[in-house]
Design a protein around this ligand. Structure first.
Ligand SMILES: Nc1ncnc2c1ncn2[C@@H]1O[C@H](COP(=O)(O)OP(=O)(O)O)[C@@H](O)[C@H]1O
Ligand SMILES: [Mg+2]
Length: 405
């Protein structure tokens, strides 16, 4: 084994950087944390610094272009892999600068990369469906780890999703394993919800056993809202800050009802989704449809915001609450900052107490980055990082690939 990795194993406490850019394509979230302890209830996470490195408009556009199956070119994909790797290594560099630490202080980096395609194994549900079931899904995250290892001289764990998919899983969501390690409580049943581009939820019954954790993507997060406001403002505004634009609109009941018929919402977990189902193509359809029915743009935005809140609440009631009372709901992700979305969620969720992950030591903007720092350490320790009950994989697997320093 590599000497540097051997030394790493001897450390009780590791300083690990987690890096991720989610489906929102807003930029790289980085978290530097100190990790110690093993297993449920014993894992200790101390967040030293976190930082978001926004993508330039040009890079964001290239990523969205390449994510469109009809527009992708292989040479562009190839270049983007290194360019995104460069953005990720800059995010890592900036976070150690922010923390005032030298490179040598960092033990490990976990990099999720940028998803450009995620095709889970399941019966095709789109128009023109053949009902064909793929045996394996496939997924592609860009952000060349060699670029990060080269710049930082730190071992990098990357490509976390592939192994779970090779084992027949959805390759997603992966954060639930971390939720299980970190949020399991002996007496309190918790629902942990992340509202990124897509929303996902993890159900952790009190004193959870690994197989009793349930998690899945509930559907859209900010994805439709972002695409709509970009369309409405001709790309001048990238997201609905605090939900202000939506708060000025009214819900169109007819469109809301139609949106709630989306076939993804009827699939039983395990399930995961992405830009393929709720991305710009879908948002454009919603927009055109609204305009065609003479619905005002601000009303379309409000309807999409409420749609997102309702899909979250419906999934919560149907799959989590159905198992018994939930004591705490813990929210993270950029969507937690959308006041209109949060207000509608609170209404839909009823009496259940909703808190932000900040109150649990995980800043809402950094939670997913922290999760990939934790997953990287699990890989180095030889522990699995997937939850077969969640992804549908045929068993526990050690995730990721190692790029040495
Ligand atoms: N102040 C805010 N008000 C409303 N929405 C916000 C705010 N800040 C971030 N967001 C939303 O959060 C999204 C980014 O969330 P993030 O958790 O990074 O998602 P992802 O993991 O998909 O990248 C943005 O695209 C935006 O829609
Ligand atoms: Mg993001």
């Amino acid at each position: 084994m590599l000497e540097s990795l051997k030394k790493l194993l001897e450390k009780d406490t590791m300083k690990v950087i987690g890096l991720i850019s989610g489906t929102s394509c807003d930029g790289v979230d980085a978290a530097l944390c100190e990790l110690s302890g093993h297993g449920v209830g014993n894992l200790k996470v101390k967040v030293i610094a976190y930082h978001s490195e926004p993508y330039s408009d040009a890079l964001k556009k290239k990523i969205l272009d390449i994510s469109n199956p009809k527009a992708g070119h292989t040479d562009e994909l190839c270049r983007l892999n290194f360019r995104i790797g460069d953005s990720f290594s800059r995010a890592a560099e900036n976070i150690i600068e922010r923390a005032g630490l030298p490179r040598e202080a960092i033990d490990l980096i976990g990099s999720h990369g940028q998803t450009v395609a995620h095709l889970p194994p399941r019966t095709e549900i789109g128009p023109g469906s053949t009902g064909h079931v793929q045996r394996h899904g496939s997924t592609l995250q860009l952000g060349e780890p060699a670029m990060i290892a080269e710049r930082m001289n730190v071992p990098v764990i990357s490509n976390f999703r592939a192994r779970d998919m090779a084992a027949g899983g959805q390759g997603a969501p992966l954060v639930p394993y971390v939720d299980y390690l970190y949020f399991t409580h002996p007496e309190r049943t918790r629902a942990v919800i992340n509202i990124g581009g897509i929303s996902n939820m993890t159900y952790i019954p009190k004193g959870a056993k690994i197989e009793s954790v349930l998690a899945f993507d509930s559907g859209p997060g900010n994805m439709i809202i972002d695409a709509l406001i970009q369309r409405i403002t001709q790309n001048k505004v990238h997201y609905d800050k605090n939900g202000e634009a939506a708060s000025k609109g009214q819900v169109d009941g007819y469109i809301l009802n139609e949106l709630l018929k989306h076939p993804y919402l009827k699939l039983e977990p395990p399930k995961s989704t992405g830009r393929e189902e709720f991305g710009a193509t879908y948002a454009n359809q919603v927009f055109e449809w609204g305009i065609g029915r003479s619905v005002k743009p601000s009303d379309i935005l409000r309807t999409a915001t409420d749609f997102t809140a309702i899909t979250l609440a419906d999934a919560y009631k149907k799959y989590l609450l159905a198992k018994g009372p939930v004591d705490e709901i813990i929210i993270s992700g950029g969507g937690a900052m959308n006041g209109t979305l949060m207000a509608r969620m609170k209404r839909e969720f009823g009496a259940a107490p909703i808190a932000l992950s900040d109150d649990y030591g995980m800043p809402i903007k950094a939670k997913e980055a922290i999760a990939f720092a934790i997953l990287a350490r699990e890989t180095i320790l030889g522990n699995p990082g997937n939850l077969p009950s969640v992804t549908g994989a045929s068993g526990l697997r050690i995730l990721g690939q190692i790029t040495p320093p």
